[in-house]
Design a protein around this ligand. Structure first.
Ligand code: C5P
Length: 310
């Protein structure tokens, strides 16, 4: 195979509930994640020199062994036991970096899926999911994408039973200079809310069941109006990060917005609309204020797939 293209979509959190703390130090979560049609592109070419080389047009993105693409490639090589496998990987970065949109995780998931095909490793879908979980909590979701409930650290997946991706329009904004460290956000959450964390598995399961049977999934299926979204990290990040406060206030001015929320640990923010045309109209309406405050903005659709070849 001469070269392979893989797309790596961004995700937003439509629900992020921190249930408690796990014995491994991570947080036990109940989330709904959704992929968008905003995606990075990976171009993979095989080499036989055993080297993994990554290049990207964004000079502020590390391309060394700390990048999840390189980690994914090294893990695949180690698992298949062929150290001579190499690849030259070009990353076309379109998802904002450090944004709570799983851009890095999605790139890593796309590398697992793409290199598995390029190198003919033959790992099964289940094996790729297991490797993804080893590399990052959000990474297994990014393999299949769509609309999924994510439990555990985020790696226990239950696809939502929807006939089609939600027909919502998404207006996504991020301040280019803002970033939030995920470990910091979870650490603050623990400091502020740790006393109220649940600890029994039966209590965790009750919350999972409430999400499975709750109004959010019915709303995403178009069967009822959307109620306000829940993101427990937003309550922690919003008071401390000015661009999150300002951006949420801006999005709330969009007349037709159904809901407004932060994604993941931030600082990306989004508003959902009944259809993509309403999201475009809101972007046009808010453009002067968004520009004045220095926000970048994207209008997106919800999609039904994760890392995709071709
Ligand atoms: O798994 P990942 O590398 O994406 O996690 C980054 C950090 O976010 C972890 O080191 C941890 O501090 C925090 N985290 C957490 N609970 C989770 C997921 C992430 O505390 N379920």
């Amino acid at each position: 195979m001469a070269e392979l293209l893989v797309s790596a979509p961004a995700k937003i959190n439509l629900h992020l509930e921190v249930l408690g703390l796990r014995p491994d130090g991570f947080h036990e979560l109940a989330m709904v994640m959704q992929t968008l049609d905003l995606a990075d592109q990976l171009r993979l070419r095989p080499t036989a020199d055993g080297r993994i080389s990554l290049s990207c047009q964004r000079s502020d993105l590390p391309t060394d062994g700390s990048n999840l693409i390189v980690k994914a490639a090294e893990l695949l090589k180690a698992r298949v036991g062929l150290p001579e496998l190499g690849a030259s990987i070009e990353l076309d970065k379109r998802i904002p970096i450090g944004a709570g949109l799983a851009g890095g995780s999605s790139d890593g998931a796309a590398a697992l899926v793409g290199l598995n095909a390029l190198w003919g490793c033959g790992f099964s879908h289940a094996q790729l999911l297991e490797m993804a979980a080893q590399l990052g909590s959000d990474m297994p979701f990014c393999i299949d994408g769509g609309t999924q409930l994510c439990f555990g650290r985020g790696e226990v997946l239950e696809p939502a039973a929807l006939a089609a991706p939600p027909a919502l329009g998404v207006l996504l904004i991020k301040h280019p200079e803002a970033s939030v460290s995920t470990p910091w956000a979870y650490g603050r959450c623990r400091d502020q809310r740790g006393d109220f964390y649940l600890s029994r598995e039966s209590d965790f399961e009750q919350r999972r069941q409430a999400l499975r049977q709750g109004p959010l999934l019915e709303a995403l299926a178009g069967q009822r109006p959307l109620a306000p979204l829940r993101n427990d990290l937003q309550a922690v990040v919003e008071p401390e990060v000015a661009s999150v406060r300002d951006g949420l206030a801006l999005l709330r001015q969009a007349g037709d917005a159904l809901v407004v929320a932060m994604s993941g640990s931030g600082p990306s923010l989004f508003a959902l609309f009944a259809e993509v045309g309403c999201a475009e109209a809101a972007r046009d309406q808010l453009q002067p204020q968004l520009e004045a405050a220095g926000f970048e903005a994207w209008v997106c659709r919800c999609t039904g797939s994760g890392a995709t070849l071709g």
